[in-house]
Every structure is written in structure tokens, then in C-alpha cells.
Design a protein around this ligand. Sequence first.
Ligand SMILES: Cc1ncc(COP(=O)(O)O)c(C=O)c1O
Length: 373
Amino acid sequence: MSRATRTIGLSLPWLDEREEELVVDVLRSGRLSLGPSIDRFEELCAETVGAPYAAAVSSGTAGLHLLCVAAGIGPGDEVITSPYSFVASANCAVYEGATPVFADIDPRTLNMDPAAVAAAVTGRTKAIVAVDIFGYPSELEELQAICARHGLTLIDDSCEALGARYRGRPVGAQGQDAVFAFYPNKQITTGEGGIVTTHSEATWRLLKSLRNQGRADGGGWLEHARLGFNYRIDDIRAAIGIGQLEKLERILAARQDVAARYTALLEGVDGLRLPCPDDDDHVRSWFVYVVELPDGVGREGVIDVLAERGIATARYLPCIHLQPYMRERYGFGEGLCPVAEEKSARTLALPFHARLGEDDQAFVAEALRHALA
Ligand SMILES: Cc1ncc(COP(=O)(O)O)c(C=O)c1O
């Protein structure tokens, strides 16, 4: 294939015969929903994350929403979250009538700065939705301390962080309720899907009821103890998830290798900032490879040069508070979170997945160098 006709996509799931086999088993079993594959998938997720309980749901967004419902978030409440995230991190509270409050980010990790979070707490704050952006763990201990001090609920939006580690343990093992997402660009996929992990049996039981139209444990199919939702995952998707978890270690290792290769290829590029490295407390699970373009470089021009060579990129991430509906609803505007706004204008996601070839990576790196020259 000539260079001009080659295309390099942003992401690609790693699926093989194992997922096919597991899906066929479910199809032949006739148990397409509320069946044993879901239980098995939940057990495996709980084990992976180091939490005693897990409830699978139809998406990461659904999981975040259910945790907001479980926390009793409602009109008049404020929920602090990151401006530099996917909209679901804020929407989950908006669905329940709460007001999102954005705490600015740390310029190095791109996660919420705990000092900004502490400064944003008011008498109306009910919860903090931390986000482990691009798979890099948040400052969980500092955030837990803020929550303990003010009686707040901590929800960890770990949708991008399955496999990340914080202070030596998997993200999700620290006691907070966490949500992981399985859209096809994530570390593992179920097509659509997500999971909530929790250390509370009561929360787990509540989540299982809420995702299933508010049905109660042991109650009848047409008996609804509370207002619930249809946020169920089905057994077909759970089966895909089981196959994915069986090779999670291989997937994570491959993604780490791909990231290391990008870092080696791009390290010397003048003014280009690469994702922050791990340290003793934070081990990233590679979700995307996002670079920060040098000062004064026009991002749109870079995107165009790469696109001409068939290379997909994405403007990860626009600030949530500057989305049209957020401006309109809450009057947010520029200047609310200067660090996030500055980063957001300059960050760019490169093609990234477990099986991205060395050759393709070299081609991307060369094209980026050319665009910046
Ligand atoms: C940080 C973050 N939160 C929430 C979500 C929502 O997950 P889903 O797309 O499964 O609803 C995503 C997924 O894109 C995400 O990246």
C-alpha cells in the first residue's frame, strides 16, 4: 500500500476467536439477558479491580448516573468534577438536577488539582466526581480526605483507567465507588457497556435494583420498589467482556509497549509535550496517547497535514464547561478554568491501540514532525 492511500485509525479493539466462542455459547444457551455470563463478568471485574462487588451496566454513563442516584444527589446540590473530561463526568449529576462545579486541573497530570477541588467546596457540595483522565490515576487520597472532611461522596470516573494502579493497588481498590467503561476505544470492550465497582454490599444491591427498573431482591418481575432505569447489560456483551478480561494483561502490556514506542519516537521533538510518566504512586493504564503541541503551533494545520496522510487524530478534550449546552444552561464561559482551557486548545490524540504496528507509529511520528517543522 502506498503512503498516500494508507489509513491509520484512532483506535481498534482486540477481539479474536475467544470472544466469538463465548458469544456463540450465549446464543446457543438462549439466556440472552440476566443470565450467568453477567455474574461471571462481574466476578472477574471485581477481582481485576480489587473491589468486593461489581454491577455491570449498559454504559459508563449509566454507571456514573446510578452512583449519583445512589448518593442521593438532587436539585440544589453541587457536584465538583473536572472540566477536562468527557461530558458524562458532569452530565451524570446534571441528570439528577444538580449543578456541576468545575475544579481546574494540574497542568502535568491533567487530572483535577486537589487544591482547586478543596477551594470549590461550598455548603451545597454533595459529591466529587474524580476523573482518571487518559488512564492516569487521580489524587485519590487527597480527594478522599476532602470528602471525609466535608461529608461528601467520592465517585471515581475510571472509565478510561481499567488496569491503572494507585499507590500499588488497582484503581478501584481504594474504597471509593468507581466506574469503568467498555466502548470499543477503551482498554477492553463489550461494544457498549460499563461496570460499577463498590466496597459496599448495600450500594451493590441498590445498583442492581436501579439498573433493573427498580425491581427489588426477591420481588416479582412486575414489582418495582423504587424508580429505576433499564441500564442492564446483556449476556452477549458480558460474554465479550469475559473474553476481553481473559487477555487483559496482554492487552495492557501491548498498549504500554505502543506508548513507549511513541515516547521514544517523539521525545526529541522541540516543544512537544508527551504524556506525563508514571511515578511511585501512579501507574497509567494506557487509554490514548495525547500530545500537547508546542506553543504557537496551530492545531488545525497539524490535524490537516496528518489527515492528508491518512492519519486520524482527535481533539482530546474540549472543556466541558465550554460546550454550547453548558454555556447556555449555567452561563459558563472562558476563564473559568484557565489551565484546562489552555491544555484543551493544544492537546491532540494520536492513533493508539494494542496492535498498532511499529511501521505505522514511525509513519505517524514522521508526519507529526513534518507538520511541526
Ligand atoms: C472519562 C469518561 N467518562 C465517562 C465516559 C462514558 O462512558 P460511555 O461512553 O460508556 O457511556 C467515558 C467514555 O467515553 C469517558 O471517557
